[in-house]
Design a protein around this ligand. Structure first.
Ligand code: ATP
Length: 747
């Protein structure tokens, strides 16, 4: 026995606390019409969790509460308490006795309890389902409900059979899983939406982070490039400076010298101006030379005149002498002879020897003549003259001649001197002119040199300007580098030139290096460097969120997969158990049917019922297949000696019998702990009542039976009979009755 008792307090007509105890396999509840028997059956359904007030014959929860009568005032709540024996752990809860209690209040609220602890409805349902007990279904057959199993649609019938087979647990589990799956899918959609929402921002940040990473690498490269550039640039600048200093030294010194020399030459050239003065002197000298020459000519003419006078005087004297000689035989004075000889000798002369023989011969003759003449004069010419001429005039003339001669000689000397002076002066002037020309030439050369030197220096200067600009640029570059990437830029001095062991490199290569540096700076600027930390932090957060959502999605996918697996397992199990159970029920049904009708046959068949109706209810559900079908169960019967095609053609009694056969078959295959049958036997004739009674006895071996009945035969099978009466106060009362009393009460 599982069901121990049921207690009703204020439930419907039970205005006073009443208790039914079930200590035997079959309990019958009897009583007149309207006494409250069906209310007890409803009390079971109520306490087991029935939610349809309508099926409890009410409109609102309030209708289930004792409404009061003239004698007994109305109740504020209705409570039903069912007590189960759980020593066999029929219910999955660790108590030997389990009391399930439900109370409804006038405001319609409900309260559920298990062993005095408040619980939720679903806890009760779950607990009972595990024991094949439910508020509706196969084990509580309400009044007039017996043929519901026949009149129901094949799909509803299938559900009833599933319930009877205890598949509700699986169904519940499946539904729960489906709900969970649905919930999971909803969550997935939500999480996907959140992730989608997050994605553009994440992508944006990813790009930013890539940029930042790129910028970081670029900065490192840039630092290296800076070091390379600055290292070589510094070497270049130092070298260039040194070189320019060296290069400038020599031309600077030379320029100085040249300019010094130019000054000197200029001043020397100034002095050559005195040449003009010398020219004037030369002119004066020339004039005095002319005068001297005139003077000399004067003297020479004087001498000539004097000599003419002397000659005249001499001739006069000779004439005088000749005259004297002619008078005395005219001897030739020796002096004359000698003079004669000298003249002759002079004419003969000592002419040089000639090669020509005839001239030599002539010369020989002339020499001999000279010899003879010389001897003659020495022998015969008188050496002494007696004649004494007056020589005073001649002597005066000679003296005068001498005097003039002397004067002439003096003038000649002076002329000679003057000529020498003129010559010297001319030479001096000439020399000065030459000197000046040389100086001018030198000056010209010097100025040329000066120009060249200046040009050289100016070239150097422009190189210096360039150098200074390069130096400024160098400093500027460091400053800019520090601003752009920090102090690391300044550590270029440790730059290892690597392969390039020399610290100088081709300028062209260095300029190329600078161009690369510039390009890198531009690239870095393009990448932008603001708010790096913030972006990285934000990226981390957004990525974590994305990863979290991804994890969530994975979890959801996994649980969806798990649920789908579970659902398909449950489907499989359901279909297997259903198939097997249905076969058993069908066989049992046939057996009971044959028993009831004394022949014929019945069976259950599985049909595919189209679910168009259900589909209409779920119009919002998109994409569902129009032709979708669900399994249903049909009942096929064949009555003995009758040809019937449909259940519709059965009589009321036949329908009742068929229903009972099916209900009993269901209970037989999977016996519920208890079975409540409210006037299921109402339509049976006597013969069938007996068969019904037999079947009940048979069923009671497996299930506890509570039968509400007016049927005498049924009553006779019960071990305990409860009579329900209703007095003038309208309150239903329960009393234990004897069979004979019961038969009387039932009437
Ligand atoms: P029958 O044999 O004709 O089926 P029954 O014994 O099954 O009758 P019930 O249907 O159980 O009778 O009881 C119906 C009675 O219960 C009615 O008299 C009705 O007035 C009474 N009743 C139903 N609800 C309430 C209520 N809330 N308060 C008081 N009485 C109620």
């Amino acid at each position: 026995m599982y069901l121990k008792s049921v207690e009703l307090i204020g439930f419907k007509s039970f205005g006073k606390k009443s208790m039914l105890e079930f200590t035997t396999p079959i309990t019958a509840i009897v009583g007149p019409n309207g006494s409250g028997k069906s209310n007890t059956a409803e009390a079971f359904r109520f306490v087991l969790g029935e939610q349809s007030i309508k099926s409890l014959r009410g409109k609102r929860g309030e209708d289930l509460i004792w409404g009061g009568s003239t004698e007994v005032s109305r109740a504020n709540r209705a409570t039903v308490r069912a007590v189960f024996d759980n020593s066999k752990r029929l219910l999955d809860i660790d108590f030997d006795e389990v009391a399930i209690e439900r109370t409804v209040y006038r405001d319609g609220t409900n309260e559920y309890m298990i062993n005095g602890s408040k619980v939720r409805l679903k806890d009760i349902i779950a607990l009972l389902a595990g024991a094949n007990i439910g508020f509706s279904g196969h084990h509580i057959i309400s009044q007039g409900e017996a043929d519901r199993i026949i009149s129901a649609s094949s799909r509803e019938r299938r559900q009833m059979i599933e319930d009877a087979l205890g598949l509700r647990v699986y169904q519940n589990k499946k539904e729960e899983s489906l709900k969970k799956l649905e919930h999971t899918e909803e969550n997935k959609v939500q999480v996907e939406a959140l992730r989608r929402e997050n994605t553009p921002h994440l992508r944006f940040l990813e790009r930013q982070v890539k940029k930042i990473e790129k910028a970081r690498v670029l900065r490192e490269d840039l630092v290296a490039k800076y070091h390379e550039y600055l290292f070589f640039e510094e070497q270049y600048l130092k070298n260039e400076k040194k070189m320019l200093d060296n290069l400038r030294n020599e031309p600077t010194a030379r320029l100085k010298e040249t300019e010094q020399r130019i000054m000197e030459v200029r001043s020397e050239l100034e002095h050559t101006k005195k040449g003009d003065k010398e020219s004037e002197e030369l002119l004066a000298l020339n004039q005095s030379l002319d005068q001297l020459r005139n003077q000399k000519n004067e003297y020479i003419r004087s001498i000539g005149r004097i000599e003419g006078q002397i000659t005249f005087e001499e001739r006069r004297l000779e004439e005088e002498k000749r005259k004297s000689m002619e008078e005395e035989g005219r001897p030739v004075p020796y002096k004359h002879a000698k003079s004669f000889l000298e003249d002759l000798a002079y004419i003969i002369g000592d002419a040089p020897e000639r090669e020509d023989p005839s001239i030599r011969e002539l010369q020989k003759v002339l020499k001999n003549a000279k010899k003879i003449l010389t001897r003659f004069i020495d022998q015969y010419v008188v050496k002494k003259v007696e004649y004494t001429p007056d020589l005073s005039t001649l002597e005066d003339l000679q003296k005068e001649k001498e005097k003039v001669n002397k004067q002439a000689q003096e003038v000649s000397a002076r002329i000679e001197k003057t000529e020498q002076s003129i010559q010297a002066m001319k030479e001096a002037i000439e020399k000065e002119k030459d000197d000046s020309r040389d100086l001018e030439r030198e000056l010209f050369a010097l100025m040329n040199t000066q120009t060249q030197l200046k040009a050289t220096l100016s070239t150097l200067e422009s190189r210096e300007v360039t150098l200074r600009r390069d130096e400024d640029e160098f400093k500027h570059e460091i400053g800019e580098g520090v601003v752009l990437i920090g102090r690391a830029v300044q550590e270029y001095k440790d730059y290892s030139a690597g392969e390039e062991s020399v610290s100088l490199r081709e300028r062209e290569e260095q300029l190329k290096c600078h161009r690369e540096l510039e390009k890198m700076k531009i690239r870095l600027e393009e990448l932008g460097g603001a708010a790096t930390e913030e972006i990285l932090t934000e990226y981390r957060e957004v990525r974590e969120r994305d990863e979290f959502l991804e994890g969530e999605l994975n979890d959801l996918d996994q649980s969806a997969e798990r649920l789908q697996g579970l659902i398909s397992d449950l489907d499989h199990e359901l279909s297997e158990k259903f198939k097997q159970g249905l076969e058993e029920i069908s066989a049992q049904f046939n057996e009971f049917f044959v028993l009831m009708f004394g022949g014929g046959g019945a069976r259950l068949t599985v049909v595919n019922e189209q679910v168009r109706k259900r589909k209409d209810e779920l119009l919002e559900t998109e994409g569902e297949d129009e032709e979708e079908t669900a399994l249903g169960v049909d009942v096929e019967v064949s009555l003995p000696k009758k040809r019937i095609q449909s259940l519709m053609m059965l009589s009321g009694g036949e329908r009742a019998l068929t229903s009972i056969a099916l209900i009993f078959a269901m209970s037989q295959v999977n016996p519920p702990p208890f079975l409540i049958l409210d006037e299921t036997d109402a339509a049976l004739d006597e013969a069938n009542s007996k068969r019904y009674g037999d079947m009940i006895e048979n069923l009671s071996k497996k299930s506890q039976l509570i039968l509400i009945t007016h049927n005498r035969d049924t009553m006779s099978r019960a071990n305990i009979l409860y009579g329900i009466t209703m007095g003038a106060d309208g309150v239903s009362r329960i009393l234990s009755v004897k069979f004979d009393d019961a038969v009387a009460v039932a009437k």
